[in-house]
Design a protein around this ligand. Structure first.
Ligand code: LFR
Length: 493
């Protein structure tokens, strides 16, 4: 057997990491070898990613991995947050730093797209939750602004693979989040491209997760460990990777992939696109092994992180872990508790309010929402952070419960277990509140579930555990994920 190491790159909107898998006594083991934070910045009035910094960060990580893995590196795969993309010059270099999906240019593009293709038609064609962040609205915004709209584009993980010498591809799980793929197919939906004035010819060819897209070239390939390294498209959408990383058996479970966003849903064998699904704007995104990630984007740790950012500007650096510990003892604002000491759901934060998806001044945004609903302002000062945190956790847990109840009805599934993966799964207070709000058995999965899913797809691809022409088989991926130690334990509650 080939016992060379594997590298997984996971690009997060708040932090990126490079991990190394090596074989010990015939078993795969992995560790994060490099991590760096990530954030967009305002450039010329637009919110953009610092592409050079991300490229340099992952190159550093791969170099570190190559130093450790003297046995050599067999393959590298990249997953990351979806929807953002890089436009390319003829030589493959980036035309500009990519926009961040939170940039407000798509507020207008969203309405403009729906004037050309109705939301109902759009959902019938794609089955995808209409979020203004989706690539479609961004490409349309480029079109409206006459901004490089004729240049080829690649979503970020696929761009990183191409930059290292891989073919230009659009991996299916990531492609579905563009809102430009036909529901349940691995084909671009030309009707939408034409309706909104986007050129289908500059979109890359769609490939399945597990596709081998080429060999590593360039300066990294000069290192001896990286002389013969394959480039693999895993499930390039980090959420699809994280869900593939769960590796649970049975059909009675739901998931929350908890990071910047909380993706709340379940895995289906077939898309679910009834009129109710459309009306309630649920998504059918591509999953590994031709499955469907049926979920909703819920505003996740973004809320707390943005509050922390504000308090840090005001002079206090809160660490999430400490804040969670203090929130355990905080009291909720009086308007939330009725005479019998019960929570008043009407006083919880509407976490999916579009204003709360924007960057900056989060405590004030939350208070503005409370004011609009006739609720008293909370003390916004850093010292009152635990109360804010507790309110955010209660509000998230209630929203999770609401979404899961709908998912159960819409999909006809009866849930018993709830797997929570990603950075947010570390928050035992939120896990307990979630267990109480949902009545489900909460299983805390791996923080690095995206990385587990990334490695599991690579291993299945390298072992040619293929599902006909449809990419790697879900079964093989799930077996690898389990082996990679996505050991779960039940949270108290
Ligand atoms: C999570 C995630 C979500 C996607 C959002 C934007 O990191 O990928 O799945 O909706 O970020 O890409």
């Amino acid at each position: 057997a080939d016992r060379r190491a594997l590298v997984a790159v996971d690009l997060g909107a708040e932090s990126c990491r490079v991990s190394l898998l090596r074989w010990r006594d015939g078993r795969p083991q992995f560790a994060v070898v490099h991590r760096f934070d990530n954030r967009p910045r305002e450039v010329d009035g637009g919110l953009r990613w610092d592409l050079r910094r991300i490229e340099a960060g992952i190159d550093d990580g791969v170099r570190k991995a190559a130093e450790i893995a003297t046995e050599g590196i067999r393959s590298i795969a990249v997953d990351g947050w979806a929807v953002d993309y890089v436009r390319l010059n003829d030589d493959g270099s980036p035309v500009a730093d990519p926009f961040c999906y939170r940039d407000e240019r798509t507020v207008h593009a969203f309405g403009s797209v729906h004037g050309k293709c109705s939301p109902d038609r759009m959902h019938a064609l794609t089955g995808v939750q209409q979020l203004r962040i989706n690539t479609l609205y961004q490409l349309h915004a480029d079109h409206l602004a006459g901004l490089h709209h004729d240049r080829p584009w690649l979503n970020l993980p696929e761009y990183m693979l191409a930059r290292w010498g891989g073919d230009r591809v659009a991996e299916l799980t990531n492609a579905t989040h563009t809102q430009l793929v036909k529901l349940g197919k691995a084909e671009w939906c030309e009707e939408i491209f034409h309706a909104v004035g986007i050129d289908p010819d500059v979109a890359a060819k769609i490939v399945q997760p597990g596709a081998i897209v080429g060999k590593l070239h360039g300066s990294l390939a000069k290192l001896s460990a990286l002389r013969d390294t394959l480039l693999i498209a895993p499930a390039c959408h980090d959420t699809a990777s994280a869900i593939a990383g769960i590796g649970a058996a049975g059909d009675d479970w739901a998931y929350i992939s908890s990071g910047t966003w909380s993706l709340v849903g379940t895995v289906l064998n077939e898309p679910c696109n009834s009129p109710a699904v459309r009306a309630e704007n649920f998504t059918n995104l591509g999953g590994v092994g031709n499955r469907i990630c049926f979920h909703k984007n819920v505003n996740g740790m973004w809320l707390l992180r943005q509050c922390i950012e504000q308090w840090s500007i005001e002079g206090r650096d809160w660490i999430v872990k400490d804040l969670v510990a203090e929130a355990e003892h905080a009291t909720l604002p009086p308007d939330l508790i009725d005479a019998e000491a019960l929570l008043d759901p009407n006083a919880l934060i509407d976490v999916d309010d579009s204003d709360l998806l924007l960057q900056g001044h989060m405590p004030a945004r939350i208070n503005a929402q409370r004011a609009a609903r006739g609720l008293a302002a909370l003390d916004e000062r850093p010292a009152n952070a635990p109360q804010f945190a507790l309110l955010i956790f209660h509000s998230l847990a209630a929203r999770y419960a609401e979404v899961l109840a709908r998912i159960s009805e819409l999909s006809g599934k009866n849930f018993k277990r709830l797997y929570i993966v990603g950075g947010g799964s570390q928050n035992d207070l939120l896990n307990r509140l979630t267990a109480a709000a949902t009545g489900l058995e909460v299983h805390r999965g791996a923080v690095e579930s995206s990385t587990i899913g990334n490695f599991a797809v690579q291993l299945a691809a390298l072992n040619q555990d293929r599902n006909g022409g449809n990419g790697v088989s879900a079964k093989a991926v799930s077996a690898w994920a389990t082996l990679l130690g996505s050991a779960h334990h039940t949270a108290a509650g």
